[in-house]
Design a protein around this ligand. Structure first.
Ligand code: B12
Ligand code: SF4
Length: 541
């Protein structure tokens, strides 16, 4: 389906929605005294603070507004029982301003710890107007005492069962202040997200969640407190429906929204086989991205399936190349895999390893930064995210650091700029300075260029399944926009690098040209982030 047709489809859906909203059957008085036919819930995703993960430059370069739409709210909307007279208003604050005068009966907010400040502000504004607030998500679940203060209805853990129950009670005027899901839900009961309120072209990626839970137990991780250690998957048919829905809503790249995509081989193999069947039949296929541990690099069969399914990027949690660092935080499960092999194998299949490193372990030292740089150069890895070890509250790491008097009670959740751990292997100043200068060195145009060309020349397999696929008009337009971005937003040396990369990749092979564009669409984010103002204020965080 072309972007144009998809847009028309979305527009028709919007018009249809407005028509529905205007139908007045049983008019009720709402809290503001106005007359409306149905109860209205205003769903809000708070603004992301400026941080590495907003990938703002890559987003801007392709003309989108933010990285990806919120899976959570789209899931909550899909969970509204059809027999209840409820209508929805929706705001992703990363796309549009919140309408604080919205005529609504309830505000539903989601958010991570990084959103805590904004959640407080938004909730305060609506509660001042006597509009009740429902709050759920990682912040609400991990900090319930804080959550209670800023909401009227707090949701702890997953809400597939509690949200519909709440809605019925709320309609009957019997809603309670606390809804807690005590056991993990069956993923078969999580419905496909309802994307009808978003515009595909506002987003760089779409998200589809295939599983929850991770069997590992890393000391610094709060994901397992949210979703548990039992790996629970959706059914393959369910996932394929979600993928197809995302495609119809305008997705060009789908990001699998789970902490660890590769846990059970049988499941991953079956899912990838289905994706290949579907994607290779499309004239304009989609690309995929996911997060996984380096275990994925140990399986040649899965790597080929990933390439055939059209995975362009895998966020690969290497974390550290010092074994003692991994052991220190209970990441022993990674010790049996060689990160160098994982990275280079992924690259051989033309999949960009977007490597996740963490620095600031007790077993790190001033030499760590050069080791990371050497690893990336040697493995020909163009892109890596380097974060600083943090100890989120109530994790094993937090408790350990706390008992040693090494916690600076100021957890901001911005792992790329600050830490709440008082380091032992170097001073905090040394850690932050070394981290920052490593980031800068890595993304200097000439250093990046060498790694990027190495990565391209290491590619051995490009799936033949998409030989006859077409580039959509929208993709073509994006290429034009990326070019525009480099021409008008980047300094001369970066601009020149862009054109050199296009020329050199074309010379290597026209098939590598598209890969070079993909890498370059990401690089601008890394370059800009390493020169971003956020770093200027990191000492104050
Ligand atoms: C996809 C994802 C991302 C995407 C962003 C997706 C987006 N647009 O929101 C990317 C890759 C960009 C990302 C970035 C980051 N992420 Co992230 N991410 C995830 C991931 C893997 C899945 C989230 C998801 O889609 N869930 C699917 C939905 C359906 O589930 P849910 O949100 O939990 O919602 C359910 C319930 O919580 C509840 N619920 C939620 N909200 C509400 C609201 C109401 C009113 C109700 C009733 C119920 C309810 O109902 C839902 C259905 O059960 C989670 C891991 C995880 N296991 O959850 C981490 C996770 C949420 N991320 C995390 C972190 C730390 C980050 C970063 C800060 C990373 C960093 N270190 O710098 C950045 C911040 C980005 C930013 N927003 O600025 C942490 C959050 C921990 C915390 N204490 O807040 C998690 C848990 C991962 C972890 N390892 O700890 N992330
Ligand atoms: S592998 Fe990732 S999601 Fe799993 S426990 Fe470790 S940090 Fe958390």
């Amino acid at each position: 389906m072309t972007q144009g047709i998809r847009d028309t489809h979305n527009l028709m859906r919007c018009v249809f929605c407005l028509f529905c909203l205007s139908q007045s059957t049983m008019n009720k008085k709402n809290q503001s005294g106005k007359t409306r036919s149905k109860r209205r819930i205003y769903f809000i995703t708070p603004l992301n603070p400026d941080n590495f993960w907003t990938m703002q430059s890559s987003v801007k370069a392709v003309g989108a507004k933010t990285l990806m739409p919120n899976n959570t709210l789209a899931t909550l909307i899909a969970l509204i029982p059809k027999d209840l007279d409820i209508e929805c208003a929706y705001c992703d604050e990363n796309i549009a301003n919140i309408d604080f005068d919205m005529d609504c009966d309830l505000v539903a907010i989601t958010g991570f710890t990084v959103h805590a400040h904004r959640i407080r502000e938004i909730s305060g504004r609506f509660r001042e107007k006597k509009i009740p607030v429902a709050l759920g998500g990682p912040f609400a679940t991990l900090y319930p005492d804080e959550g209670k203060k800023v909401s009227d209805h707090l949701f702890i853990h997953e809400a597939e069962y509690t949200w519909p129950r709440f809605l019925r009670e709320w309609m009957d005027g019997k809603a309670r202040p606390l809804y807690e899901q005590k056991s993990f839900i069956d993923m078969a009961d999580s419905p496909p997200p309802d994307w009808s309120r978003i515009k595909g072209k506002d987003y760089l990626y779409f998200s589809v969640q295939t599983s929850r839970g991770c069997p590992n137990n890393c000391d610094f991780c709060d994901a397992i407190r949210l979703v548990g250690r039992r790996y629970r998957t959706k059914r393959i048919g369910q996932i394929m429906t979600e993928i197809k829905n995302a495609y119809s809503a305008g997705a060009e790249t789908i990001f699998f929204s789970e902490d660890n995509f590769f846990v059970k081989k049988e499941f991953t193999r079956e899912l990838l086989t289905e994706i290949i069947r579907w994607n290779s039949s499309l004239t304009i296929p989609v690309s995929f991205a996911a997060q996984a541990t380096i275990m994925i690099g140990s399986d040649e069969e899965i790597l080929k399936l990933l390439a055939d399914a059209r995975f362009s990027v895998v966020f690969l949690g290497v974390e550290s190349i010092r074994k003692e660092c991994l052991a220190e935080v209970n990441k022993g499960h990674l010790l049996k895999y060689d990160p160098f092999h994982a990275v280079t194998r992924l690259s051989r299949y033309g999949i960009l390893p977007f490597i996740g490193f963490i620095v600031g372990f007790d077993n790190d030292g001033p030499g760590t930064f050069a080791e990371v740089e050497e690893f990336l150069n040697r493995s020909g890895s163009p892109l890596a995210s380097i974060s600083i070890l943090n100890a989120p509250e109530n994790t094993t790491l937090y408790n350990r650091m706390k008992s040693r008097g090494r916690i600076d009670e100021n957890f901001k959740g911005l792992w790329h700029l600050s830490t709440n751990i008082i380091p032992v292997s170097m001073s905090i100043h040394e850690l932050l300075e070394n981290h920052r200068s490593l980031f800068r060195r890595l993304y200097q145009p000439e250093n990046f260029e060498k790694r990027a060309l190495d990565w391209l020349s290491n590619i051995e397999y490009v799936s033949p399944l998409y030989k006859h696929s077409r580039m959509s008009f929208s993709k073509f337009f994006k290429l034009f926009k990326i070019m525009n971005y480099y021409l008008f937003h980047e300094p001369k040396q970066v601009r020149r690098l862009f054109f050199r990369m296009l020329k050199n990749s074309w010379k290597m092979s026209p098939r590598l040209f598209k890969k070079a564009i993909m890498v370059m669409s990401q690089y601008c984010h890394y370059y800009d982030f390493s020169h971003n103002d956020a770093w200027q204020s990191y000492k104050k965080i």
